[in-house]
Design a protein around this ligand. Structure first.
Ligand code: PEP
Ligand code: MN
Length: 293
């Protein structure tokens, strides 16, 4: 672990784990993220239609997911790609919540949209491309909803924690960190899953940590094994892309699981849940080294 961090928690002291026993448990209705339960969030990359979302919602709920994901506002690297259904997508998400009882996580891309999206979402997602959008992070302070903060694709863990600190300093302590793979020289996968991010973040921060194996892998067949590894190493949950017919998805079809594959993935997680590493129960040299500063 980076010894440079010793005694230098001041840049993210609100989210640093200065007290060994402190954990943030983010409450979303009756759901607790960062507590004992392993929370799986699942759904399509983007909301495409009412039918697509409602079918997916009931399939992922039946398989054990507790939160429904789906972007209504999509950050796309091409201006010609589908940009999301906007407010119509938010309404479809709300309908899916009413029908299934699943909580909703959806992306917010700019400060102007925060109030509107907070009316529909249970959790506000900050995407990898927005992790350094400080105006957005500030606007999420008073939004009244927990924030799922994804790691930027070229961000260090310290950068991620500093962004979390911006949200926290603006009044919102309910932050869930998400490792979703980083850019490296490797091209076999869409991103490189930084598995060490999980125990490092759990050791230095009191915030919950989840993993997005879909964007880390970029390839459907790699999602279940990465999910199992994330579970075993102590993540508090997962966020996974699932689509009724992935090959026809408007975005991220190659990394989306079918309903059947998601169900199988959930079943195959069982033994890994039992083995789940709880790094925060371990020795925390990094924290204790800070001593009485
Ligand atoms: C997404 O969740 O669909 C997404 C765009 O993810 P990321 O911000 O991690 O690329
Ligand atoms: Mn996606």
């Amino acid at each position: 672990m980076n010894s440079q961090w010793n005694g230098q928690f001041s840049s993210f002291d609100l989210v640093a784990r200065l007290d060994e026993h402190r954990r943030t448990v983010v409450q979303v209705g009756d759901l607790e993220i960062g507590g004992d339960e392993f929370v799986v969030m699942a759904g399509p990359c983007a909301v495409e239609s009412e039918r697509q979302l409602l079918e997916t919602a009931s399939a992922v709920a039946a398989a054990g997911a507790r939160v429904l994901r789906g972007g209504a506002y999509k950050p796309r690297s091409s201006p010609y790609a589908f940009q999301g259904l906007g407010v119509e997508g938010l309404k479809i998400l709300a309908k899916a919540r009413a029908e299934t009882g699943l909580a909703i996580v959806t992306e917010v891309m700019c400060p102007e949209d925060v109030t509107l999206i907070a009316e529909y979402a249970d959790i506000m997602q900050v995407g990898a491309r927005s992790m350094e959008n400080y105006a957005l992070l500030q606007a999420l302070g008073p939004c009244g909803r927990p924030v799922l903060l994804k790691r930027g694709m070229c961000a260090t863990l310290e950068d991620l924690l500093r962004s979390a600190q911006v949200i926290a300093t603006h009044g919102n302590p309910d932050i869930i960190l998400c490792e979703r793979g980083i850019r490296t020289f490797e091209t076999a996968t869409r991103n490189t899953f930084d598995i060490a991010a999980v125990p490092v973040l759990k050791a230095v921060s009191h915030l919950p940590v989840i993993v997005d194996p879909s964007h880390a892998a970029g390839i459907r067949m790699l999602v279940p094994p990465l999910a199992r590894a994330a579970t075993a190493i102590g993540a508090d949950g997962l966020i996974v892309e699932v689509h009724p017919s992935p090959d026809e998805a408007w975005s991220d079809g190659k990394q989306s699981l079918t309903f059947r594959q998601f169900d199988d993935m959930m079943r195959d997680l069982e033994p890994y849940l039992a083995l789940r590493e709880r790094p925060h129960r371990g020795k925390l040299e990094l924290i204790t080294a800070r001593g009485g500063h």
